[in-house]
Write a protein that binds this ligand. Structure first.
Ligand code: BYC
Length: 330
């Protein structure tokens, strides 16, 4: 871990939040303002490190927990082709989780610590994965809407100020783009199919629309982390700005499918060249954040089980590392 490698008299050694050397802080802020990437061994304020670990680890947990709703349909995909594609997508999500855990580890927090924080309920994952996947059309809606929302949020993160996070996002975004297309293609087939299939597609859109809008986080005036994260260029756009972009891009896609967005207040606003949309149920959002989502307990139980099942692998890896270290020392 980088933090433990740093010597006591190292000018780059971490100092408590608020007690930073003003010259170091100024140089850091200037680098960020000049759009330079901050790298793992560079000096950084502890609050920057902390918020990055928070965001990147939560992002990683979302990728891993996000495998569960879709994993639920691998055995029931309607054809071998659909099964192969879905399997590949779910495997991609595992890869995203791993790049992100690695990026967060460069900040001095181990993957085990991050996982323990998730299992202890101290770290979050995206609210969207606390909703159940009830029909095959949900695979289409997740790819189209959930991966679509993820791309909207992650494309700007390719220019986030922390180098390892930005670089991880480049590959993630390429794959998310494939995911979004596979989801939209499923929706195209269902929406153009039998009346029952079209109804199934509409039902999936009805259930996933509002939770997808919630993925972008609370409104800007109620988002405690946005202002500082924007100043440090961790976030490049605010929650509301990204949500608006998502609505503007997605509504015409729904129209093309012949499906209706479940929002009676949705209307084109020529002045702002974007859609006005109805009020989001923020009570529902905060309830899901608190762990009261429809399948939240099931999701956490699955992660806990996976952690227990993997204990022997972690023990074997530790034993192997200890043997190697002993051999090198001898
Ligand atoms: N769910 O001050 P705010 C995927 C929390 S995976 C839960 O606005 P911030 C996929 C927030 O953490 C893609 N919690 O926070 C995978 C904060 O609490 P803490 C996942 C949420 O960080 C598999 C509090 O509310 N993408 O696409 O400035 C299959 C106040 O919020 C949520 C990412 O993780 C939420 N939706 O902004 C398919 C993107 N929203 O931490 C698909 C990276 C907010 O202070 N993350 N909270 O206790 C981000 O861009 C930002 O962290 C957020 C929130 C925009 C999400």
């Amino acid at each position: 871990m980088y933090t433990t490698e740093l010597g006591k008299n190292d000018p780059k050694a971490p100092v408590p939040i608020g007690q930073e050397d003003p010259a170091l802080l100024e140089a850091f802020e200037a680098r960020v303002a000049a759009d330079e990437f901050i790298e793992p061994k560079d000096w950084m304020p502890e609050a920057y490190r902390k918020t990055l670990v928070r965001q990147i680890s939560q992002h990683a947990h979302s990728e891993i927990v996000g495998m569960l709703p879709e994993g639920n349909w691998i055995t029931r995909a309607p054809s071998l082709r659909r099964k192969a594609v879905l399997l590949a997508k779910v495997q991609d999500e595992a890869g995203h989780g791993l790049y992100l855990y690695c990026a967060a580890e460069t900040l001095g927090t181990s993957r085990d610590q991050m996982t323990e924080a998730l299992l202890a309920g101290k770290a979050k994952y995206s609210t969207i994965f606390n909703y159940p996947t009830l029909t095959w059309a949900d695979m289409g809606a997740i790819g189209w809407l959930v991966d679509g929302a993820a791309i909207m949020n992650q494309v700007p993160l390719q220019r986030t100020s922390y180098g390892p996070y930005a670089r991880a996002m480049v590959k993630v975004c390429k794959e998310e783009s494939f995911h979004q297309r596979q989801g939209y293609e499923i929706m195209t087939v269902l929406a153009g199919g039998t009346p029952e299939q079209k109804a199934m597609a509409q039902d999936a859109l009805d259930r996933w629309w509002w939770p997808s809008l919630m993925m972008f986080g609370p409104p800007d005036d109620n988002s405690p982390n946005t202002a500082q994260s924007m100043r440090w260029r961790i976030k490049r756009d605010t929650n509301d700005a990204l949500r608006q972009k998502f609505v503007d891009i997605t509504v015409p896609q729904a129209e093309f499918l012949g499906l209706s967005v479940p929002d009676p207040d949705l209307a084109w606003n020529a002045d702002k060249q974007g859609y006005d949309f109805g009020a989001i149920d923020w009570d529902e959002f905060y309830a899901v954040v608190r762990g009261e989502g429809p399948v939240a307990k099931e999701r956490m139980a699955a992660r806990r089980q996976a952690w227990q099942d993997g204990a022997w692998v972690r023990e074997a890896a530790d034993a192997h590392a200890a043997k190697r270290a002993a051999r090198i020392a001898a």
